[in-house]
Design a protein around this ligand. Structure first.
Ligand code: Z5A
Length: 208
């Protein structure tokens, strides 16, 4: 499945993942690399339907266990229908959030055991991991301010959680990066867009 390279962008809300997915895609396409940009939850018809279930409604619409299962189901469809075929065709895939978001949000912040999240991923998505993951690191308050400016104050089920929840997510991403330094790199996301994109390209030098 891995003729192309698989890159994921992670971090809290408003950290610049979507902005950097587009900028990185443009920079890599300029080098002649075929790119597919996708996102989670979503990225395939079935997963986009599950996205609507996950992001709308009351904050407590799903229990942490139900939520972890829904994210794993969406990811299985996304890997099967979008990511796997793109990699097999030789494209690089840039994914706005992937497995580490489930480990950070449903795992660290909502209390689902990391081993259980990884077991669901092994079953649903054959354990597929990115070749490189970048955590766009910035304080949750600044990320929330950026997202609020962009969305005019509208929020989804996750953005509505309290600051302790978002701090637990940020801490989890840092822990994952510390434990898996070959795959996961921290990037200071407080800098201007172009500086962050340059840091991502630096972090891909060994794969290019
Ligand atoms: N979730 C989960 O719980 N478990 C999972 O397994 C997965 C997800 C996969 C998805 O929400 C929610 O699902 C997410 C976690 C949960 N919720 N939270 N929190 P989403 O897909 O709707 O949104 P998001 O993933 O949180 O990202 P976002 O809010 O869309 O933000 P972003 O993509 O990181 O940022 P952006 O849109 O690129 O930038 C935000 C604004 O800042 C925008 O106006 C930009 O122009 C601006 N920006 C970007 N970069 C810069 C720089 N460098 N300087 C200044 N301004 C900038």
């Amino acid at each position: 499945m891995t003729a192309g390279r698989f890159i994921s962008l992670e971090g809290g809300e408003g950290a610049g993942k979507s902005t950097q997915a587009r900028a990185l895609a443009a920079a890599l396409e300029a080098r002649g690399i075929p790119i597919v940009v996708t996102r989670e939850p979503g990225g395939s018809d079935g997963a986009e339907s599950i996205r609507a279930l996950l992001l709308t409604g009351e904050t407590n619409r799903w229990s942490p266990h139900s939520e972890a299962l829904l994210f794993a189901a969406a990811r299985a469809d996304h890997v099967e229908r979008t990511i796997g075929p793109a990699l097999s065709a030789g494209s690089w895939v840039i994914c706005d959030r992937f497995l580490d978001s489930t480990r950070a949000y449903q795992g660290a912040a909502e209390g689902i055991d990391d081993a259980a999240v990884l077991a669901l991923h092994a079953f649903g998505s054959k354990g597929l991991l990115p070749d490189r993951t970048f955590v766009l690191d910035m304080g949750p308050e600044e990320g929330a301010r950026r997202a609020a400016r962009r969305d005019g104050g509208a929020t989804d089920r996750f953005a509505q959680r309290d600051s302790a929840f978002h701090q637990a997510v940020a801490d989890a991403f840092r822990r994952i990066a510390a434990h898996e330094p070959d795959r996961v790199r921290m990037v200071d996301a407080t800098r201007p867009v172009e500086a962050v994109t340059a840091a991502l390209l630096d972090g891909l030098a060994d794969l290019l």
